[in-house]
Design a protein around this ligand. Structure first.
Ligand code: C2E
Ligand code: MG
Ligand code: MG
Ligand code: MG
Length: 293
């Protein structure tokens, strides 16, 4: 057999295929086990209002802790979707996040909302609205405090059940956010047909707005004008530099999220930040009282 000939390549190709298949199979069965034992964790990433420098929302992000690493959702959520595990995992995320959120709110100095990412497969499930409602009741959290984030990709299948689910969620008071807007096949018809209250601008756009003459800058300016007309709130995602934050604010996009402000963090860290903020708040109230007396 000739070295590096076609047959060699076919062998390598088959080996890789088999390896990839086995790996996927292994991940899938480990994920099935993790879903059963609820072996996941949540990270939280704040959304800030840049003018007042306060936290207005925190987004729950799933993590899968393994022996020597932590798997990120982009790696395993697609596998969970394909394996039919996303409903179970998604329900855990919702219940767990609401439970921890309830704890974070115990100091009622602070009012901010919780957001949770959901997959298309969850919205296709007829029982999803009930799942959300029971989770809210269980945690005694008002529907208005919860926002569900849906990516554009989830809306591409134009499914009647998805449509009904989104309408029903909006009717019970749950907020809906269109996630990663501008990353793919962004369709403004989604904004007309679904009751989105928030649009999250994808980081790929935000990363290129610091130059005032970039296409992304001009596009975002126009987009933010349009969304304002439609009474939709805008969040700039993936803000990493002060220049990007300033450019967003300059266009009226004061709701921002990104590593410039915070890294995703665990529940304890969120609580300690809130405690510090509320202490600072009380101090400034005392200060105001002293000054006006
Ligand atoms: P996403 O909802 O758009 O979340 C934003 C992702 O970008 C997060 O990654 C976050 O850590 C990261 N990020 C935020 N700010 C910055 C920044 O300034 N710079 C950079 N480089 N990255 C930033 P993560 O946690 O790996 O999540 C990836 C995606 O996985 C999420 O994108 C979301 O679509 C999905 N996801 C996360 N949790 C869940 C879940 O519970 N259920 C479902 N269905 N999907 C989830
Ligand atoms: Mg999101
Ligand atoms: Mg996003
Ligand atoms: Mg994303």
């Amino acid at each position: 057999r000739a070295k590096n000939g076609i047959s060699d390549k076919i062998c390598v190709f088959q080996d890789n295929m088999q390896e990839a298949f086995l790996l996927k199979y292994q991940i899938e069965s480990e994920l099935r086990q993790a879903a059963k034992s609820q072996h996941f964790e949540l990270s939280y990433h704040p959304v800030i209002e840049s003018q007042s420098d306060t936290i207005t929302m925190i987004e729950a992000l799933i993590r899968w802790p393994l022996a020597n690493t932590t798997q990120l959702p982009d790696e395993f959520i697609p596998i969970a979707e394909e394996a039919g595990l996303i409903q179970t995992i998604g329900q855990w995320v919702l219940e767990h996040a609401l439970d921890q959120f309830k704890d974070m709110l115990c100091d009622d100095h602070y009012k901010f909302r919780l957001s949770v990412n959901v997959s298309a497969c969850q919205l296709c499930d007829n029982g999803f609205v009930n799942t959300v409602q029971s989770a809210l009741e269980q945690a005694s959290v008002a529907p208005q405090m919860l926002v569900l984030e849906i990516t554009e990709a989830a809306l591409l299948q134009d499914d009647q059940t998805i449509n009904n689910t989104l309408m029903a969620l909006s009717e019970i008071g749950v907020g809906l956010a269109l996630d990663d807007f501008g990353s793919g096949l962004s369709s403004i018809s989604h904004l007309l047909h679904y009751p989105f209250e928030i649009v999250k601008i994808d980081s790929s756009i935000v990363q290129n707005i610091a130059q005032p003459d970039s296409k992304q800058h001009d596009m975002l300016q126009g987009l933010s004008f349009m969304l304002d007309k439609l009474n939709i709130n805008v969040i700039g995602e993936g803000v990493e530099t002060a220049m990007q934050a300033k450019a967003c604010s300059g266009m009226g996009i004061t709701l921002q999220q990104g590593f410039l402000f915070y890294q995703p963090m665990n529940e304890a860290k969120v609580k300690s930040i809130l405690e510090d903020e509320s202490k600072a708040n009380r101090l400034s109230l005392v200060h105001d009282a002293v000054n006006t007396n």
